[in-house]
Design a protein around this ligand. Structure first.
Ligand SMILES: [Zn+2]
Length: 113
């Protein structure tokens, strides 16, 4: 389960930030997780509980916002939902596209005391 390592990184990053900013407790962490980022939100939630034990994040709320995977067709420039359209352009049928969003795995916001 590689989510554990990912979550450990997130918790470390949050703790670094908290220390530098004289924060005593983190009460909420908001993440943006792309649909094709390769991580399972349910696993992240579980790992969050494990990784935050005995830290200033213990008991904090984890909010995960899913980011839809969007591609832009290189042939006709149509932007489309990759998963809904099975990775091919709904306008011209092209399969040559560039990824606009969907791979995110970022800390969007923190709520601290
Ligand atoms: Zn197209």
């Amino acid at each position: 389960m590689h989510e554990l390592g990912i979550m450990q990184n997130i918790v470390d990053t949050v703790q670094d930030y908290a220390r530098k900013n004289n924060v005593s407790k983190v009460v909420k962490v908001m993440l943006e997780v792309g649909q094709v980022s390769g991580v399972v939100p349910e696993s992240l939630e579980f790992c969050f509980e494990v990784c935050t034990k005995q830290t200033m994040l213990e008991g904090a709320l984890l909010e995960i916002e899913r980011i839809v995977a969007v591609g832009k067709c290189k042939t006709c420039e149509e932007g489309f939902d990759l998963l809904t359209h099975s990775f091919s352009c709904p306008r011209c049928g092209g399969t040559d596209w560039e990824m606009i969003s969907g791979r995110e795995l970022i800390i969007k916001e923190l709520e601290v005391i």
